[in-house]
Design a protein around this ligand. Structure first.
Ligand code: IPM
Ligand code: MG
Length: 368
């Protein structure tokens, strides 16, 4: 078995963390008898600088022919938001072109990282939630207009767009604790009223075993940090999901810890840590690679159908954390922070060490 994986490091710390994610991916797959071929391509600001486009044709063609895409981050102060051509356009176009409408952002916290969260430890114990963010619709992709002093962004959703992401989320809820929180702003927005209607119908008709609850996005933002354990699966539209998942990152201890998977109808997916390009950290070798490595684990699970390899890689990250190999964002006071590469090496060592034990590991919630 052989798979082609497109590797798009992007900007800032993107290439540094993606390199390690790719290495651990190759290793975890190899330990499970699967060969991976990596091919790099440009996206984002570096692609603009070299080709004039944030998503060159070549990159898109490579992604289409690959089994999956591993991505770092895009953007930076060199490419300001007011420019006509921006790095973020590359990422949005890629999500859209590959039809990746469901963005999975699981949030858990490892005990070693608990002290790095600003939240009290007793709130965090046992948190295990999954945000499913709609990724190819809503205000991100609506018409944009600027006329003198007036600007406009259109938010629109069709019932079909809502239905497919709600179905995906309900499927994950069914495999977990069977609770689905649909988040909207139905007291104000028409798109949200449609969202609520469709979510209710889909769950009543096809997922009677899943408990559906509706929450308004403002209230959900509060509940997330007040009682994060009360959530199982959250499904929400593009912009709300963007905001809520950065907030949820404080539950994970650091935004550097959290992975994501963007999926469509088929097995091909795009995997990226939820953190950005962190220009201030770039080139210093101190960025946290765990979110990127955990994204590679999601790639093994969702695109390559290798749950054993995925779980082995996740267990290796846990082992590295347990050894105290903590980058500066999660090291806390009094502990010498690990460099990016040291964290990557610790994961590779743990992977090799743990191989014979892998059958003993329990499956993670996400795929049960
Ligand atoms: C994310 C990022 C992107 C988004 C940016 C870089 C366009 O914030 O993946 O959450 O807004 O979707
Ligand atoms: Mg974001």
């Amino acid at each position: 078995m052989r798979h082609l994986i497109a590797v798009l490091g992007g900007d800032g710390i993107g290439p540094e963390v993606t390199e390690l994610a790719a290495r651990t991916l190759v290793e975890a797959a190899a330990l499970h008898g699967v060969k991976i071929e990596l091919q790099e391509a440009l996206i984002g600001g570096c692609a603009i600088d070299q080709t004039g486009s944030p998503l060159p044709e070549e990159t898109l063609a490579l992604c289409r022919s690959a089994s999956a895409v591993l991505l770092g981050a895009v953007g930076g102060p060199q490419w300001p938001p007011e420019a006509r051509v921006r790095p973020e356009q590359g990422l949005l176009a890629l999500r859209r072109e590959l039809g990746l409408f469901a963005n999975l952002r699981p949030v858990t916290i490892h005990p070693m990282v608990v002290p790095s969260s600003p939240l009290r430890p007793e709130l965090l114990r046992g948190v295990d939630l999954l945000v499913v963010r709609e990724l190819t619709g809503g205000i991100y992709f609506g018409a944009k207009k600027r006329e003198g002093d007036r600007a406009e962004d259109v938010c629109s959703y069709t019932a079909a767009e809502i239905e497919r992401v709600v179905r995906a989320a309900a499927g994950y809820a069914r495999a977990r604790r069977r609770k689905l929180t649909s988040v909207d702003k139905a007291n104000v927005l028409e798109t949200s009223r449609l969202w609520r209607e469709v979510a209710t119908r889909v769950i009543e008709t096809d997922f009677p075993d899943v408990r559906l609850e509706h929450q308004l996005v403002d209230s959900c933002a509060m509940q997330l940090v007040r009682a994060p354990r009360s959530f199982d699966v959250i499904v929400t539209e593009n912009l709300f999901g963007d905001v809520l998942t950065d907030e949820a990152a404080v539950i994970g201890g650091s935004i550097g810890m959290l992975p994501s998977a963007s999926l469509g109808d088929g097995p091909r997916g795009l995997y990226e840590p939820i953190h950005g390009s962190a220009p201030g950290l770039a080139g210093r070798g101190v960025a946290n690679p765990y979110g990127a490595i955990l994204s590679a684990a999601m790639l093994l699970r969702h695109s390559l159908g290798l749950p054993g390899a995925a779980w082995a890689l996740e267990a290796a990250v846990s082992a590295a954390l347990e050894e105290g190999v903590l980058t500066e964002d999660v090291a806390g006071p009094g502990r010498h922070p690990a460099a990016t590469r040291e964290a990557g090496s610790a994961v590779l060592r743990a992977l090799r060490r743990a191989l014979p034990d892998r059958s003993r590991h329990e499956m993670p919630m996400e795929e049960r």
